[in-house]
Design a binder for this molecule. Structure first.
Ligand code: GCW
Length: 723
């Protein structure tokens, strides 16, 4: 009896430990598990017999902790910091000049070119032993270098002859949280906000540290904590205490905190009668408010502002310009070293103009009027984070004011929390696009990093997909989008594929089959989604309000440019938005060098076809199919490809831990169903206009158009709150 009990206890104990260790995605890409390749392990163990970090500071404490845990974890033995006597092969980390020996080993490092955040990693031989040296001008540079080094080991790469120098190409690499103070997240699909505002500042969730750590590991150095649809309350002392608590945790990880500023805060918080940017009392109010914020957070980054857009207050309420509004805040933060990120996502209520043209029309005339600590935050495309958009014509058009990129990591229009879509290819498509601003070679990326026109400060923002779900991002593969955003903000010359591979190796496994298959799925995922949602340049045809699911039939909304029919313009003649000179002429906002790529429907890259052209149903596409047949073909092949992704994932069963494999497997099943829903809804809807058949080779839609039109998803997550 007693033995039985002990056995049972042992089994239970094993189960508990096993459950605790089961993979659930919480550890993100920072899993430093023991290396399972015996000969590599041997190499690593003999290559790093010990390590030493020079210097003390909160950041250097993190450096130590990461090396202790990372190396011990991967090498499967305790690898401790060496004392004053150095021996054997080892890893040394420290800032320039932190130690004479480190200095002697790093004479070849071009410290000047590393800047404030860059790092160098070099393998040197001294006294017949191998020493890896991680060095930088700053503590945070050293930490970035350490994460880079650990990643190399996670990816099973050699550490025998490293000669790396790396520094970020963009200054401000920032997450934008659309998190509300009530903990809901606008367009969030991973639960509630990770900021537990109510219980801050006392309750410090360990996630805050993990969040900072994850960001630092991919080079993200800033965060906006609150929604651009802003609540002035976050600027009140009650909340500033809480903001301070977060900023204190993030600081040693090199992360600066920013807030969204509601333009009417002087009225709502300050009791003033106006928020007019030229009013003395308003100017004083902001200066005092900013001084107060800096008392809580001495390295406060500044403000992100959505003004005069979608109901948000702004300077235009007082007949002032966006520049007047931005400069008001820029002046207030200037002496503290702060910046203002002013969003270009504006489109007017009254304006009958093509929505795609409005931001350009609004901002180009103001170029040069903004203070030099203002950046204009521009979405990647001119409408709104659609599955595919051509690059925003504002890139390159602002010559004297720095534009910064706004990508949307959260998948508002990309299948939300249920679709596996790796956004690396989307980001790269935009970054690599040539604006022709100063002739050929003026890519969006080069505009952003100040190579085309020099800017004081450069930036790239990603709207966060993080929530309080155990796995952070709802869909496990959402993590890859957080990851690729950070990596590209650091270095936009990396390829989407190499980043997908890095992420896969660190997140899942180095098994070649897993690496190849997962990377393959990731690389095709975006194009597949475009095919089953919005092929050939279609856009903005999603369900109203929550933006979940298909809604090409949406025609009744408070504004025409919130409907779908405004964008696809399907009629018995054809389909597509004419943005050529015969239509809205949005093409003219692009530089002359870029225009020919869009102007001619015969030569245009067909991914943008219906974005720029309204074409007859029998227009001949490059495949030889008519436009109608091509649309049908794309919708059906998109679904087939989604099924293919699911099949490929199923082949990985047993090669990926059960918990994560099963999660993704179920999600992919859901994705296939939703892809079918999109396909059936769209082909049936557009067929009403084309009057043409869906080829006999295709499976017939299971239901009538009416059925799809009447589907409701009342509690789809992430819906925009009503104020
Ligand atoms: O895409 C739209 C979203 C809104 C969002 C807005 C914006 C934060 O549907 O939810 O509001 O863009 O970017 O300001």
């Amino acid at each position: 009896m007693r033995t039985k009990f002990i056995v049972l206890q042992a089994i239970l104990c094993f189960m508990v430990i096993h459950a605790a260790m089961a993979e659930d995605g919480y550890r993100l890409w920072l899993r430093f598990d023991a290396i399972d390749d015996a000969s590599l392990l041997e190499d690593y163990r003999s290559g790093i017999e010990g390590w030493k970090v020079y210097g003390t500071s909160p950041t250097m404490d993190i450096v130590r902790k990461e090396l202790q845990e990372g190396l011990s974890g991967m090498l499967g033995v305790d690898v401790n910091e060496l004392g004053s006597t150095l021996s054997g092969s080892m890893l040394l980390a420290g800032k320039k000049d932190s130690d004479p020996f480190l200095r002697q080993l790093s004479t070849q490092v071009a410290y000047d070119s590393l800047g404030d955040e860059g790092f160098a990693i070099s393998t040197v031989e001294a006294d017949g032993r191998l020493i890896n040296v991680i060095t930088a001008n700053t503590d945070i540079g050293v930490l970035y270098g350490v994460y880079h080094f650990l990643r190399k080991m996670q990816m099973h790469e050699s550490i025998d002859s490293l000669a790396i120098q790396s520094s970020p190409r963009i200054d401000i690499r920032i997450l934008n949280h659309w998190d509300n103070l009530d903990r809901t997240v606008e367009r969030g699909y991973a639960g509630f906000s990770i900021w537990d505002w109510h219980r801050l500042p006392e309750l410090i969730d360990p996630r805050y540290t993990q969040y900072a750590r994850a960001n630092a590991s991919i080079g993200i150095n800033s965060t906006v904590l609150t929604n651009v649809n802003a609540n002035a309350l976050v600027l009140s002392p009650y909340y500033l205490e809480k903001v301070k608590a977060l900023a204190d945790i993030f600081r040693p990880y090199g992360i600066k905190v920013f807030l969204t500023a509601r333009f009417s805060a002087p009225i709502e918080l300050g009791g003033l009668e106006t928020a007019d940017p030229q009013d003395e009392t308003v100017i004083n109010w902001w200066h005092e408010k900013v001084d107060e914020i800096y008392k809580y957070v001495p390295d406060f980054g500044g403000f992100l502002v959505k003004a005069n857009s979608e109901g948000q207050p702004g300077p235009q309420n007082y007949d002032r310009s966006h520049a007047d509004g931005a400069n008001l805040l820029a002046d207030a933060v200037k002496d503290h070293g702060g910046i203002v990120m002013w969003r270009a996502f504006v489109y007017s209520n009254e304006e009958p103009e093509d929505r795609a043209k409005q931001a350009y029309n609004e901002f180009v005339p103001l170029d040069g009027e903004f203070r030099d600590n203002v950046l204009i935050q521009v979405k990647n495309g001119a409408i709104d984070f659609q599955p595919r958009e051509p690059f925003h014509p504002l890139f390159g058009a602002l010559k004297e004011t720095a534009p910064m990129m706004e990508f949307q990591i959260t998948q508002e229009y990309l299948g939300q929390g249920t679709h596996l879509v790796y956004q690396g290819p989307l980001y790269k498509e935009v970054l690599d696009a040539d604006t022709y601003a100063r002739g050929q070679g003026s890519s969006v990326a080069r505009v952003l990093d100040g190579s085309v026109d020099p800017f004081e400060t450069t930036g790239m923002a990603g709207v966060s997909n993080i929530g309080n779900d155990r796995n952070w991002t709802g869909h496990l593969f959402g993590q890859s989008n957080w990851y690729v955003f950070g990596r590209l903000a650091w270095d936009h010359t990396l390829s989407a594929e190499e980043i997908a591979e890095e992420w896969t190796r660190c997140t899942f496994s180095n098994d070649p089959e897993v690496v190849q298959s997962v990377t393959g799925i990731m690389m095709e995922s975006h194009e597949n989604l475009v095919d089953y949602m919005t092929p050939l340049g279609l856009h903005h045809i999603m369900g109203p309000g929550h933006h979940y699911g298909p809604g090409p039939w949406v025609s009744q909304m408070p504004r025409a440019d919130w409907t779908s029919v405004y964008y696809h313009k399907a009629d018995s003649e054809g389909i597509g938005f004419d943005r050529t000179a015969s239509g809205s002429d949005a093409i003219s906002q692009y530089f002359p060098g870029a225009q020919p790529f869009f102007n001619d429907p015969e030569t245009i890259d067909e991914k943008y076809l219906l974005w720029f052209h309204h074409l007859p149903w029998d227009f001949k596409t490059k495949s030889g199919r008519t436009l109608w047949d091509e649309i049908v073909f794309r919708y059906y092949s998109g679904v087939e490809a989604a099924k293919g992704m699911h099949d490929k994932w199923q082949d990985l069963e047993g090669l990926i831990d059960e918990g994560r494999w099963e999660h993704v497997n179920m999600m992919l099943e859901r994705q296939v169903n939703e892809a079918i829903l999109w396909r059936n809804s769209c082909v049936l809807y557009f067929q009403q206009f084309s009057g043409l058949p869906i080829g006999a080779e295709y499976e017939k839609p299971a239901h009538s158009l009416e059925y799809y039109e009447n589907m409701r998803h009342p509690y789809a997550p992430g819906i925009r709150p009503r104020w």
